[in-house]
Design a binder for this molecule. Sequence first.
Ligand code: NDP
Ligand code: GDR
Length: 343
Amino acid sequence: MKKNKVAFITGITGQDGSYLAELLLKKNYIIHGLLRRTSILNIERIQDIINKYEKIGKLNLHYMDLTDTSSISNLIIKYKPHEFYNLASMSHVGISFYTGEATLNINTLATYRILESILKNHKKCKFYQASSSEMFGSTPPPQNEKSSFNPQSPYGISKVSAFHITKYFRQAHGLFASNGILFNHESPRRGLNFVTRKITHSLARILSGHEKKIHLGDISTRRDWGHSKDYVRGIWMILQYKKPEDFVLSTGKNYSIEDFIKKVFKILDLNWKDFVTTNNKNFLRPSEVRSLQGDSSKARKLLKWKPEYDLNALCREMLLNDLKLYGMNLEEAKKIAKKLSKN
Ligand code: NDP
Ligand code: GDR
Protein backbone atom coordinates (compact mmCIF):
# COMPACT_ATOMS: atom_id res chain seq x y z
CA MET A 1 0.00 0.00 0.00
CA LYS A 2 1.20 3.53 -0.82
CA LYS A 3 2.27 5.47 2.29
CA ASN A 4 0.47 8.73 3.05
CA LYS A 5 2.54 11.83 2.40
CA VAL A 6 3.35 13.92 5.45
CA ALA A 7 3.12 17.72 5.21
CA PHE A 8 4.06 20.43 7.68
CA ILE A 9 2.15 23.72 7.53
CA THR A 10 3.19 26.82 9.44
CA GLY A 11 0.39 29.40 9.53
CA ILE A 12 -2.28 26.67 9.55
CA THR A 13 -4.59 28.89 11.62
CA GLY A 14 -4.50 31.60 8.92
CA GLN A 15 -6.55 32.05 5.77
CA ASP A 16 -4.32 30.10 3.36
CA GLY A 17 -3.12 27.54 5.90
CA SER A 18 -6.68 26.50 6.69
CA TYR A 19 -7.66 26.06 3.02
CA LEU A 20 -4.38 24.29 2.22
CA ALA A 21 -4.89 21.86 5.10
CA GLU A 22 -8.38 21.04 3.80
CA LEU A 23 -7.02 20.43 0.31
CA LEU A 24 -4.19 18.18 1.48
CA LEU A 25 -6.47 16.19 3.80
CA LYS A 26 -8.71 15.48 0.79
CA LYS A 27 -5.58 14.23 -0.97
CA ASN A 28 -4.96 11.84 1.92
CA TYR A 29 -1.96 13.61 3.42
CA ILE A 30 -1.10 13.45 7.10
CA ILE A 31 -0.86 17.04 8.26
CA HIS A 32 1.20 18.53 11.05
CA GLY A 33 0.10 22.09 11.74
CA LEU A 34 2.67 24.23 13.56
CA LEU A 35 1.09 26.82 15.83
CA ARG A 36 2.27 29.60 18.04
CA ARG A 37 0.89 30.01 21.51
CA THR A 38 -1.80 32.72 21.71
CA SER A 39 -3.64 33.88 24.82
CA ILE A 40 -6.95 32.96 23.20
CA LEU A 41 -6.97 29.69 21.27
CA ASN A 42 -7.10 30.83 17.68
CA ILE A 43 -8.32 27.76 15.78
CA GLU A 44 -11.64 29.03 14.41
CA ARG A 45 -10.65 28.54 10.77
CA ILE A 46 -9.58 24.92 11.34
CA GLN A 47 -12.18 23.84 13.90
CA ASP A 48 -14.14 21.76 11.34
CA ILE A 49 -11.12 19.77 10.18
CA ILE A 50 -9.93 19.34 13.77
CA ASN A 51 -13.31 17.73 14.59
CA LYS A 52 -13.08 15.44 11.60
CA TYR A 53 -9.40 14.51 11.33
CA GLU A 54 -7.63 14.96 14.67
CA LYS A 55 -9.03 11.84 16.33
CA ILE A 56 -7.92 9.64 13.43
CA GLY A 57 -4.39 11.04 13.47
CA LYS A 58 -4.58 12.78 10.10
CA LEU A 59 -4.38 16.28 11.51
CA ASN A 60 -1.86 16.91 14.28
CA LEU A 61 -1.20 20.25 15.91
CA HIS A 62 2.07 21.19 17.60
CA TYR A 63 3.21 24.28 19.41
CA MET A 64 6.39 25.90 18.13
CA ASP A 65 7.78 29.36 17.83
CA LEU A 66 9.25 30.75 14.64
CA THR A 67 11.97 32.48 16.64
CA ASP A 68 12.98 29.20 18.32
CA THR A 69 15.04 27.00 15.98
CA SER A 70 15.00 23.90 18.16
CA SER A 71 11.19 23.91 18.40
CA ILE A 72 11.11 23.59 14.60
CA SER A 73 14.06 21.17 14.28
CA ASN A 74 12.69 18.76 16.89
CA LEU A 75 9.48 18.37 14.89
CA ILE A 76 11.32 17.91 11.58
CA ILE A 77 13.54 15.23 13.12
CA LYS A 78 10.58 13.45 14.71
CA TYR A 79 8.08 13.43 11.81
CA LYS A 80 10.32 13.69 8.71
CA PRO A 81 7.84 15.53 6.47
CA HIS A 82 7.83 15.05 2.69
CA GLU A 83 6.67 18.64 2.17
CA PHE A 84 7.02 21.79 4.29
CA TYR A 85 4.72 24.75 3.54
CA ASN A 86 5.96 27.91 5.25
CA LEU A 87 2.89 30.14 5.32
CA ALA A 88 3.26 31.76 8.74
CA SER A 89 4.14 35.42 8.70
CA MET A 90 3.37 38.85 10.02
CA SER A 91 1.24 39.33 6.92
CA HIS A 92 -0.12 42.86 7.36
CA VAL A 93 1.79 45.37 5.23
CA GLY A 94 0.41 48.45 7.04
CA ILE A 95 1.29 47.13 10.50
CA SER A 96 4.81 46.18 9.36
CA PHE A 97 5.70 49.90 9.30
CA TYR A 98 5.34 49.86 13.10
CA THR A 99 6.86 46.44 13.78
CA GLY A 100 9.72 46.24 11.29
CA GLU A 101 12.16 44.31 13.46
CA ALA A 102 9.64 41.64 14.47
CA THR A 103 8.46 41.39 10.86
CA LEU A 104 12.01 40.63 9.72
CA ASN A 105 12.51 38.14 12.51
CA ILE A 106 9.33 36.18 11.73
CA ASN A 107 9.16 36.55 7.96
CA THR A 108 12.84 36.40 7.05
CA LEU A 109 14.90 34.75 9.78
CA ALA A 110 12.33 32.01 10.37
CA THR A 111 12.66 31.02 6.70
CA TYR A 112 16.42 30.71 7.25
CA ARG A 113 15.91 28.73 10.46
CA ILE A 114 13.56 26.24 8.78
CA LEU A 115 15.71 25.76 5.69
CA GLU A 116 18.87 25.31 7.70
CA SER A 117 17.11 22.72 9.82
CA ILE A 118 15.87 20.87 6.71
CA LEU A 119 19.41 20.92 5.30
CA LYS A 120 20.91 19.53 8.49
CA ASN A 121 18.21 17.04 9.43
CA HIS A 122 16.09 15.99 6.47
CA LYS A 123 17.45 17.07 3.09
CA LYS A 124 14.79 15.24 1.07
CA CYS A 125 11.97 17.46 2.37
CA LYS A 126 10.45 19.78 -0.26
CA PHE A 127 9.99 23.38 0.92
CA TYR A 128 7.46 26.04 -0.14
CA GLN A 129 7.99 29.71 0.72
CA ALA A 130 5.01 32.10 0.74
CA SER A 131 6.49 34.94 -1.27
CA SER A 132 4.44 37.94 -2.25
CA SER A 133 3.66 40.42 -5.02
CA GLU A 134 4.52 43.11 -2.43
CA MET A 135 8.15 42.31 -3.31
CA PHE A 136 7.64 44.06 -6.69
CA GLY A 137 6.60 47.23 -4.88
CA SER A 138 7.09 50.18 -7.20
CA THR A 139 7.96 48.09 -10.29
CA PRO A 140 5.21 48.93 -12.80
CA PRO A 141 2.75 46.20 -13.89
CA PRO A 142 2.51 43.63 -15.33
CA GLN A 143 4.89 41.84 -12.94
CA ASN A 144 6.26 38.35 -13.50
CA GLU A 145 9.14 36.11 -12.34
CA LYS A 146 11.62 38.28 -14.27
CA SER A 147 10.47 41.65 -12.90
CA SER A 148 12.70 43.47 -10.43
CA PHE A 149 11.91 43.76 -6.74
CA ASN A 150 11.42 47.27 -5.33
CA PRO A 151 9.73 46.69 -1.96
CA GLN A 152 8.05 49.65 -0.28
CA SER A 153 7.56 48.38 3.29
CA PRO A 154 9.30 46.36 6.01
CA TYR A 155 6.92 43.54 5.02
CA GLY A 156 8.02 43.72 1.37
CA ILE A 157 11.69 43.83 2.38
CA SER A 158 11.24 40.83 4.68
CA LYS A 159 9.65 38.82 1.87
CA VAL A 160 12.36 39.76 -0.66
CA SER A 161 15.01 38.51 1.78
CA ALA A 162 13.10 35.29 2.44
CA PHE A 163 12.71 34.82 -1.32
CA HIS A 164 16.50 35.01 -1.77
CA ILE A 165 17.12 32.75 1.23
CA THR A 166 14.90 30.12 -0.39
CA LYS A 167 16.73 30.49 -3.71
CA TYR A 168 20.09 30.30 -1.93
CA PHE A 169 19.29 26.96 -0.25
CA ARG A 170 18.12 25.66 -3.64
CA GLN A 171 21.12 26.83 -5.63
CA ALA A 172 23.94 26.44 -3.11
CA HIS A 173 22.74 23.34 -1.24
CA GLY A 174 20.49 21.54 -3.73
CA LEU A 175 17.31 21.63 -1.63
CA PHE A 176 13.93 21.32 -3.34
CA ALA A 177 12.93 24.84 -2.26
CA SER A 178 10.40 26.86 -4.29
CA ASN A 179 8.86 30.31 -4.02
CA GLY A 180 5.25 31.02 -4.90
CA ILE A 181 4.98 34.73 -5.67
CA LEU A 182 1.31 35.18 -4.92
CA PHE A 183 -0.74 38.24 -5.72
CA ASN A 184 -3.52 39.28 -3.30
CA HIS A 185 -6.02 36.57 -2.57
CA GLU A 186 -9.06 36.84 -0.37
CA SER A 187 -11.97 34.77 0.92
CA PRO A 188 -14.59 34.75 3.67
CA ARG A 189 -11.69 33.67 5.94
CA ARG A 190 -9.63 36.80 5.23
CA GLY A 191 -8.52 38.69 8.36
CA LEU A 192 -10.83 41.58 9.29
CA ASN A 193 -8.19 44.28 8.84
CA PHE A 194 -7.36 43.62 5.19
CA VAL A 195 -9.20 46.03 2.96
CA THR A 196 -11.56 43.60 1.15
CA ARG A 197 -12.83 41.88 4.29
CA LYS A 198 -12.96 45.18 6.15
CA ILE A 199 -15.35 46.43 3.46
CA THR A 200 -17.67 43.38 3.37
CA HIS A 201 -17.64 42.89 7.14
CA SER A 202 -18.18 46.58 7.96
CA LEU A 203 -21.05 46.75 5.49
CA ALA A 204 -22.74 43.83 7.28
CA ARG A 205 -22.19 45.71 10.55
CA ILE A 206 -23.74 48.87 9.11
CA LEU A 207 -26.82 46.95 7.95
CA SER A 208 -27.19 45.32 11.37
CA GLY A 209 -26.93 48.68 13.13
CA HIS A 210 -23.48 48.21 14.70
CA GLU A 211 -21.63 50.85 12.63
CA LYS A 212 -22.41 53.95 10.62
CA LYS A 213 -19.44 54.32 8.27
CA ILE A 214 -16.44 52.46 6.87
CA HIS A 215 -13.26 54.46 7.37
CA LEU A 216 -10.58 53.71 4.78
CA GLY A 217 -7.21 55.06 3.65
CA ASP A 218 -6.14 55.44 0.02
CA ILE A 219 -8.71 53.80 -2.24
CA SER A 220 -6.98 54.68 -5.53
CA THR A 221 -4.37 51.91 -5.24
CA ARG A 222 -4.86 48.91 -7.53
CA ARG A 223 -4.60 45.20 -6.82
CA ASP A 224 -4.90 41.86 -8.61
CA TRP A 225 -7.35 39.92 -6.42
CA GLY A 226 -8.06 36.18 -6.55
CA HIS A 227 -9.66 33.62 -4.25
CA SER A 228 -7.53 31.84 -1.64
CA LYS A 229 -8.97 28.44 -2.62
CA ASP A 230 -7.58 28.79 -6.16
CA TYR A 231 -4.21 29.92 -4.82
CA VAL A 232 -3.68 27.09 -2.32
CA ARG A 233 -4.28 24.65 -5.19
CA GLY A 234 -1.47 26.45 -7.02
CA ILE A 235 0.76 26.27 -3.92
CA TRP A 236 0.38 22.50 -3.85
CA MET A 237 1.05 22.27 -7.61
CA ILE A 238 4.29 24.23 -7.19
CA LEU A 239 5.68 21.52 -4.91
CA GLN A 240 4.49 18.73 -7.25
CA TYR A 241 6.40 20.22 -10.22
CA LYS A 242 9.31 18.08 -11.41
CA LYS A 243 11.91 20.57 -10.14
CA PRO A 244 12.08 23.43 -7.67
CA GLU A 245 11.28 26.75 -9.31
CA ASP A 246 9.64 30.08 -8.56
CA PHE A 247 6.14 30.81 -9.88
CA VAL A 248 3.83 33.84 -9.97
CA LEU A 249 0.16 33.10 -9.22
CA SER A 250 -2.27 35.86 -10.20
CA THR A 251 -5.52 36.50 -12.08
CA GLY A 252 -3.94 39.04 -14.44
CA LYS A 253 -6.76 41.55 -13.76
CA ASN A 254 -6.28 44.83 -11.96
CA TYR A 255 -8.87 46.83 -10.01
CA SER A 256 -8.76 49.79 -7.63
CA ILE A 257 -9.99 49.58 -4.03
CA GLU A 258 -12.75 51.93 -5.20
CA ASP A 259 -13.77 49.37 -7.87
CA PHE A 260 -13.98 46.71 -5.14
CA ILE A 261 -16.15 48.96 -2.97
CA LYS A 262 -18.47 49.70 -5.90
CA LYS A 263 -18.88 46.00 -6.71
CA VAL A 264 -19.79 45.13 -3.11
CA PHE A 265 -22.24 48.01 -2.66
CA LYS A 266 -23.87 47.27 -6.02
CA ILE A 267 -24.96 43.83 -4.76
CA LEU A 268 -27.26 45.71 -2.34
CA ASP A 269 -28.04 48.66 -4.63
CA LEU A 270 -26.46 51.07 -2.15
CA ASN A 271 -24.55 54.27 -2.96
CA TRP A 272 -21.12 53.63 -1.42
CA LYS A 273 -20.38 57.35 -1.06
CA ASP A 274 -23.02 57.58 1.70
CA PHE A 275 -21.17 55.02 3.83
CA VAL A 276 -17.43 55.28 3.14
CA THR A 277 -14.89 57.88 4.26
CA THR A 278 -11.46 57.88 2.62
CA ASN A 279 -7.93 59.15 3.21
CA ASN A 280 -8.28 58.48 6.92
CA LYS A 281 -4.75 59.04 8.23
CA ASN A 282 -4.83 55.92 10.43
CA PHE A 283 -4.91 53.80 7.29
CA LEU A 284 -2.49 55.72 5.06
CA ARG A 285 0.96 54.15 4.70
CA PRO A 286 4.31 56.01 4.66
CA SER A 287 4.89 54.49 1.22
CA GLU A 288 2.44 52.68 -1.01
CA VAL A 289 2.47 50.00 -3.63
CA ARG A 290 0.33 51.71 -6.26
CA SER A 291 -0.49 48.98 -8.73
CA LEU A 292 -0.11 45.21 -8.92
CA GLN A 293 -1.13 43.07 -11.87
CA GLY A 294 0.49 39.68 -12.20
CA ASP A 295 1.52 37.84 -15.31
CA SER A 296 1.17 34.18 -14.32
CA SER A 297 1.77 32.70 -17.77
CA LYS A 298 4.63 30.53 -16.46
CA ALA A 299 2.38 28.77 -13.90
CA ARG A 300 -0.44 28.50 -16.44
CA LYS A 301 1.89 26.85 -18.95
CA LEU A 302 4.08 24.61 -16.78
CA LEU A 303 1.71 23.76 -13.91
CA LYS A 304 -1.53 24.01 -15.93
CA TRP A 305 -2.82 26.20 -13.07
CA LYS A 306 -5.54 28.76 -13.58
CA PRO A 307 -7.90 30.53 -11.19
CA GLU A 308 -11.58 29.62 -11.27
CA TYR A 309 -13.09 32.54 -9.33
CA ASP A 310 -13.58 36.03 -10.76
CA LEU A 311 -13.82 39.19 -8.66
CA ASN A 312 -17.63 39.42 -8.82
CA ALA A 313 -18.00 35.88 -7.43
CA LEU A 314 -15.42 36.64 -4.73
CA CYS A 315 -17.18 39.87 -3.63
CA ARG A 316 -20.50 38.07 -3.46
CA GLU A 317 -19.18 35.12 -1.45
CA MET A 318 -17.46 37.42 1.03
CA LEU A 319 -20.47 39.69 1.48
CA LEU A 320 -22.97 36.82 1.85
CA ASN A 321 -20.74 35.21 4.47
CA ASP A 322 -20.52 38.43 6.50
CA LEU A 323 -24.27 39.06 6.23
CA LYS A 324 -24.80 35.55 7.59
CA LEU A 325 -22.51 36.29 10.54
CA TYR A 326 -24.93 39.08 11.44
CA GLY A 327 -28.02 36.91 10.93
CA MET A 328 -29.07 38.19 7.49
CA ASN A 329 -29.63 36.63 4.12
CA LEU A 330 -29.37 38.62 0.90
CA GLU A 331 -33.09 39.38 0.62
CA GLU A 332 -33.27 40.69 4.20
CA ALA A 333 -30.13 42.74 3.66
CA LYS A 334 -31.59 44.29 0.49
CA LYS A 335 -34.71 45.34 2.38
CA ILE A 336 -32.64 47.02 5.11
CA ALA A 337 -30.45 48.64 2.45
CA LYS A 338 -33.55 50.09 0.75
CA LYS A 339 -34.65 51.67 4.04
CA LEU A 340 -31.14 53.04 4.70
CA SER A 341 -31.04 54.59 1.21
CA LYS A 342 -34.28 56.50 1.87
CA ASN A 343 -33.00 58.01 5.16
P1 NDP B 1 -2.86 35.22 7.61
O1 NDP B 1 -2.50 36.50 8.24
O2 NDP B 1 -4.30 34.85 7.46
O3 NDP B 1 -2.15 34.01 8.40
C1 NDP B 1 -0.87 34.14 8.89
C2 NDP B 1 -0.53 32.92 9.72
O4 NDP B 1 0.79 33.10 10.25
C3 NDP B 1 -1.46 32.69 10.91
O5 NDP B 1 -1.66 31.30 11.07
C4 NDP B 1 -0.66 33.24 12.05
O6 NDP B 1 -0.95 32.68 13.31
C5 NDP B 1 0.74 32.82 11.64
N1 NDP B 1 1.75 33.59 12.35
C6 NDP B 1 1.94 34.92 12.36
N2 NDP B 1 2.97 35.25 13.16
C7 NDP B 1 3.43 34.09 13.67
C8 NDP B 1 4.46 33.77 14.57
N3 NDP B 1 5.22 34.71 15.11
N4 NDP B 1 4.66 32.48 14.89
C9 NDP B 1 3.88 31.51 14.35
N5 NDP B 1 2.88 31.75 13.49
C10 NDP B 1 2.66 33.04 13.16
O7 NDP B 1 -2.13 35.20 6.18
P2 NDP B 1 -2.57 34.48 4.81
O8 NDP B 1 -3.08 33.14 5.10
O9 NDP B 1 -3.36 35.44 4.01
O10 NDP B 1 -1.16 34.37 4.07
C11 NDP B 1 -0.34 33.20 4.20
C12 NDP B 1 1.07 33.56 3.79
O11 NDP B 1 1.11 33.99 2.44
C13 NDP B 1 1.71 34.68 4.59
O12 NDP B 1 3.09 34.39 4.73
C14 NDP B 1 1.53 35.91 3.74
O13 NDP B 1 2.53 36.87 4.01
C15 NDP B 1 1.68 35.30 2.36
N6 NDP B 1 0.97 35.97 1.29
C16 NDP B 1 -0.36 36.21 1.40
C17 NDP B 1 -1.05 36.77 0.35
C18 NDP B 1 -2.50 37.07 0.44
O14 NDP B 1 -3.00 37.86 -0.37
N7 NDP B 1 -3.24 36.47 1.35
C19 NDP B 1 -0.36 37.11 -0.92
C20 NDP B 1 1.04 36.78 -0.92
C21 NDP B 1 1.68 36.22 0.14
P3 NDP B 1 -2.13 33.30 14.23
O15 NDP B 1 -3.40 32.71 13.69
O16 NDP B 1 -1.75 32.81 15.58
O17 NDP B 1 -2.08 34.78 14.08
P1 GDR C 1 -1.96 44.48 0.86
O1 GDR C 1 -3.47 44.26 1.36
O2 GDR C 1 -1.29 45.57 1.55
O3 GDR C 1 -2.02 44.53 -0.65
O4 GDR C 1 -1.27 43.11 1.34
P2 GDR C 1 -4.47 45.22 2.15
O5 GDR C 1 -5.81 44.65 1.93
O6 GDR C 1 -4.01 45.46 3.53
O7 GDR C 1 -4.32 46.61 1.35
C1 GDR C 1 -4.63 46.74 -0.03
C2 GDR C 1 -4.63 48.21 -0.40
O8 GDR C 1 -5.77 48.85 0.21
C3 GDR C 1 -5.34 50.08 0.77
N1 GDR C 1 -6.26 50.49 1.85
C4 GDR C 1 -6.42 49.84 3.02
N2 GDR C 1 -5.85 48.70 3.49
C5 GDR C 1 -6.24 48.27 4.72
N3 GDR C 1 -5.72 47.14 5.19
N4 GDR C 1 -7.14 48.97 5.49
C6 GDR C 1 -7.72 50.12 5.05
O9 GDR C 1 -8.52 50.71 5.75
C7 GDR C 1 -7.35 50.58 3.75
N5 GDR C 1 -7.73 51.63 3.00
C8 GDR C 1 -7.06 51.57 1.85
C9 GDR C 1 -3.91 49.79 1.25
O10 GDR C 1 -3.23 50.99 1.49
C10 GDR C 1 -3.40 48.99 0.05
O11 GDR C 1 -2.98 49.85 -0.96
C11 GDR C 1 -1.91 41.85 1.17
C12 GDR C 1 -1.45 40.94 2.33
O12 GDR C 1 -2.20 39.75 2.27
C13 GDR C 1 0.02 40.58 2.20
O13 GDR C 1 0.35 39.60 3.17
C14 GDR C 1 0.27 40.01 0.80
O14 GDR C 1 1.62 39.68 0.63
C15 GDR C 1 -0.17 41.02 -0.25
O15 GDR C 1 -1.54 41.29 -0.09
C16 GDR C 1 0.04 40.50 -1.68
